[in-house]
Design a protein around this ligand. Structure first.
Ligand code: ATP
Length: 284
């Protein structure tokens, strides 16, 4: 898992196997600049068109089949590129059948409910693809780092998340969970780049510097949540994300492998083709 490997074609199995996090995950041991599964930027650029074409076809089949769905969960530290990934991945899909849900600090109404309440309301419908920009995992990440729930509440939350994701998958939703893993120094570069560029100032929040000071606590919270909630039915993938081109290629490739595995099928046709052909032939 998570080693530097040459290219998907020569991987023993798939990128999913290469990036999949297990119960023994050590986040600090994952090289955030590594590019498992692909030779380089040029190879990723060359693969882009083919991946987009395959994704487009599989997404159409998923929608036509109309029973199952796909949920892509993106988590990562500030500036890890959740927004950029969404822009990249969603452009490869038919926007009519994609929903993007961003989960911010909960509203008073949301706080009055169980933490999964707001999540349930944004799940994909039959045939749909939904991308979560942050997710229910914030309730074991930021909530833990800021001490918003007592530490003894966390094991129950992990169990609830496992049970929830199991229910989802049993109901036909495939869950793909990706952590965009950047280094602390890369985050500093990205925050400085935002300050250097007046057109990026709108993105800069001073609070991001406060959160950055809690880096180690976040890394620990991420590692625990991933180790604890990476299950056979809903695995976590840790995506090295210091290189944007790699992050974009990897997420698209993970989606592609997942959809290929789901193998959605067009529903059997019920059309009486000869009769319909004749009708059209008889028309002016
Ligand atoms: P960035 O682009 O920097 O990653 P963002 O676009 O996701 O940020 P922000 O409004 O800056 O949007 O961040 C959303 C904030 O909401 C984050 O600080 C996140 O930790 C917080 N948040 C999300 N879910 C919860 C939750 N359940 N409890 C508390 N805070 C939460």
């Amino acid at each position: 898992m998570l080693g530097a490997v040459p290219s998907v074609a020569s991987l023993p199995t798939s990128l999913r196997d290469a990036l999949r996090a297990g119960a023994d995950l050590e986040l600090a041991a994952v090289d955030t600049r590594s590019t498992p599964g692909i030779g380089g930027k040029a190879e990723a650029a060359a693969a882009r068109g083919g991946i987009a074409e395959r994704l487009d076809e599989l997404q159409e089949r998923l929608f036509a089949e109309g029973t199952r769905s796909l949920l892509l969960i993106l988590q990562g530290m500030d500036t890890s590129g959740k927004g950029g990934t969404i822009r990249h991945v969603v452009t490869a899909l038919n926007p009519a059948w994609v929903d993007v849900a961003a989960f911010k600090k909960p509203t008073d109404e949301e706080l009055a409910h169980h933490f999964l309440w707001r999540i349930e309301r944004r799940l994909p419908g039959p045939g749909g693809v939904t991308v979560f920009d942050r997710s229910h995992y914030e309730d074991v990440l930021v909530v833990r780092v800021h001490g918003l729930v007592p530490p003894e509440a966390l094991p129950t939350r992990y169990d609830e998340i496992d049970a929830f994701e199991r229910r989802l998958t049993e109901a036909g939703t495939t869950v793909v969970k990706c952590m965009l893993h950047i280094s602390r120094s890369e985050q500093k570069e990205r925050l400085l780049a935002r300050l250097d560029d007046p057109t990026k100032h709108w993105k800069f929040r001073e609070g991001d510097i406060d959160e950055r000071a809690r880096w180690d606590a976040y890394q620990e919270a991420y590692a625990d949540a991933i180790r604890r909630c990476s299950t056979d039915v809903a695995p976590w993938y840790v995506v090295p994300a210091d290189r944007k081109w790699y992050r974009n290629w990897a997420i698209a490739q993970l989606l592609l492998e997942t959809l290929e595995d789901m193998d959605p099928r067009y529903p059997p046709s019920t059309l009486d083709v000869p009769r319909l052909r004749k009708r059209l032939a008889d028309e002016r």
